[in-house]
Structures are given as C-alpha cells and as structure tokens.
Design a binder for this molecule. Sequence first.
Ligand SMILES: [Zn+2]
Length: 268
Amino acid sequence: MIDSHVHLNRHEFGDEAGEVVARARAAGVTAFLNVGYDLQTSRASLALAEQYADVWATVGIHPHDALLLADEEGRLTDDGRRRLEELEALSRHPKVVAIGEIGLDFFRDLSPRPAQHAALAAQLELAARRDLPVVFHVRDAWEPMLAFVDQVGLPPRRGVLHAFSGDNRAVDWALERGFRLGIGGVVTYRQSTLPGMVARAGCDPLLLETDAPWLPPVPHRGQRNEPAWLGLVLDTVAGILQMEPGEVERRTDASFTALFRPGKAITP
Ligand SMILES: [Zn+2]
C-alpha cells in the first residue's frame, strides 16, 4: 500500500525519518509521497526523495503561507514571483510528482483570503505549465474552493483532495471532474462522516494517506502518527466498501500510480 500524503521531514520525527520509513516498509508500505507546504519543506521533501528510492516529493506553498506569494489584496509580490520560480525549478526534478499542498483554509484563516486565492491561482498555473497533478488542502472552504477551481480552470492532470472532509456535493464534484479523494485516519473516528463519503465514492477514486505526524488512526489518537499505521486506514476503508483489504490495496495503489506516474521504482 502507498502512503499518498506524509511529512517525514517534520520536527516531530526528529532524526528518526529512516526508522519511520523502515517501520512502514515492514508494515507493507511500498511508497511514500512526502508533501511540501512552503519552500523549506519543499526542498526537504526533495532531499528525502533523493535519499530514499521509495519516497517521492511534492513542492508547493500552503494557504497558511499565502503571503509568501501575494500581498493582502491578492497581488503577486516580487518575492512571491522569485519563490514561484524556485518552486518551478524544484519541480523539474524527476522525483517531484505534484504541486502541493495548495488550496484554501478558512478554518484557521492564517492568511488573508485574497492572498490565498492568488497563491492558489498562481500554483494552479504552475501545475498546468509543468504538466503535474496537484495536492489540494481544503478546510472549511469547500464551496469557495470548488467554485474557484471551476472558475480559473481545472489543472490538466487533476489531483487529489487531501484529508478529504467534504460533503456529498464535494464527492460528486471530485468524481465528475476526475479528482481523487485522500482518505486518512479520520475515517477510523467514531463520529466521522467520512465512511459515508467513502461508500458514495467507491474504491477507485480513493487514495490512502496518513498525513503523519498528524491525524493518527484509532487506536493511536493523541500519539504522533506514523506511516506504519496506514494499514488501519486500509482495513477501515475495506470494511466500509465490504471488500478484501488486498483488493483495496491493489486498486488504491493503481490509482496513485495513474495520478502521479512515479516511475518504476515502486517495489511490489
Ligand atoms: Zn499535509
């Protein structure tokens, strides 16, 4: 199985990334997509991808850090243009398989909304220019996010709605347009509405993810999440879909490979 969204470079892992990767491999994880969210973590993701054959990278700027690219009125800044150029340069590396995580976050609202829209638009253009899929982060902004992406134009290679938390309408939007849904530990939580969304989507649009070190699955809530626990997500999804875990693994792996085209280094 493939962890389609992880942050192995986070300080929560200290210098243990090698052990974390080894534990996950022992638990059956065959590939990792390490996701950047600013310039520093984009560079760190690429460094991890260069170090480990089964790690791939994304580069991008999170909506929390939209002011790195645009001002409060939503105009790209000179520094922002330089940063976009660096992202573009990083994205030329063969192990960079997506632009992300990018999107809108109106839950924490850590940056002004016009800046978030401008940063998203600029990075959607980058994804189109580089012919790469996108990793979307959306929180408390589903309606504006989906409307905005429809308005500015879908990224040609589409992408994944990471840590999916939308409703039926968001599921249908994604399915109609060929986006995948990133499903992680939240699907194991008792109060989660996510099982209903998983059932509505069916297996093939889904990608498994941990978002480690965040969002640990049951029974590890409150602990630092690990990609080694991805099997708990797989088993829960298989239970919801009334499918064999091995079948869900095979089909979500195939969906990952179809979307991100990570080359031949994924070992079976
Ligand atoms: Zn993330």
